[in-house]
Design a protein around this ligand. Structure first.
Ligand SMILES: Cc1cc2nc3c(=O)[nH]c(=O)nc-3n(C[C@H](O)[C@H](O)[C@H](O)COP(=O)(O)O)c2cc1C
Length: 208
């Protein structure tokens, strides 16, 4: 039995969101094909995710150095560490998120900051950072209204690339992906593009 963490980084309902549509399609197909697995859903838009501010940062730094924390520092460090532990304990992780303003929603960025901790997900070495997370399967479900796979906007794509690079920094280099793109740029093809993404999500979920 695998422990699977499903992360949703969009507060819209599926009928208004392509990434949530992919999420729900994947989740449904996954549960049907892996009924024995333990699934945990994490909707980042329903969580309280305090910014990675000075108090949280000093709390995490002090904790890493074995120094005593103030009450506020401990409260915030515990929040970040709670999400990090949940991520580390999962055998498989599915992340669904949109491209917004060429990037990712702020809630998701904050969450990824919680995970990005030296000594836990990566370590510094003279040759550069080395990832510490191994043996975890990850699937990324992403939607972007424009076309970024090639053409003039390619270098503006800082949503999927950002998440892929952060995961690779953790040592997770083999990520599975389903991307729906161009449905706003080509509205006449939107229905087919989204359906193709859903079909891909079902296939990936069944063999994930
Ligand atoms: C706040 C916001 C910002 C967006 N910024 C971009 C953008 O920079 N480039 C783009 O091609 N589409 C942009 N879009 C369109 C989204 O990429 C598109 O709606 C996609 O389907 C997002 O996933 P979602 O449907 O799950 O929200 C934006 C949409 C929103 C709501």
């Amino acid at each position: 039995m695998s422990n699977v963490l499903f992360i949703k980084a969009n507060g819209l309902p599926a009928e208004r969101s392509v990434s949530v549509t992919l999420y729900e399609t994947f989740l449904d197909a996954y549960q049907k094909s892996h009924p024995e697995d333990q699934v945990t859903e994490l909707n980042l838009f329903e969580e309280e995710l305090p910014y990675y501010d000075g108090v949280m940062m000093s709390g995490l730094h002090k904790e890493a150095g074995g120094e005593p924390l103030t009450e506020d520092e401990k409260r915030l460090a515990d929040i970040a560490n709670g999400y990090l532990d949940q991520f580390l304990k999962a055998d498989k992780v599915v992340m669904a998120f949109p491209l917004w303003n060429f990037s990712i929603p702020a809630q998701f960025l904050t969450y990824l900051f919680y995970l990005n901790q030296a000594g836990k997900t990566f370590k510094y070495t003279p040759e550069g950072p080395v990832g510490l997370v191994h043996g975890k399967k990850v699937a990324l479900l992403n939607a972007r209204g424009g076309i970024y796979s090639d053409g003039p906007l390619e270098s503006y794509e800082m949503s999927l690339n950002y998440v892929k690079n952060i995961l690779s920094h953790f040592g997770i280099t083999e990520t599975e992906m389903v991307v729906v793109e161009g449905h706003n740029a080509r509205p006449d093809q939107a229905k087919d593009l989204i359906q193709a993404g859903r079909d891909e999500a079902v296939k990936l979920a069944e063999q994930f």
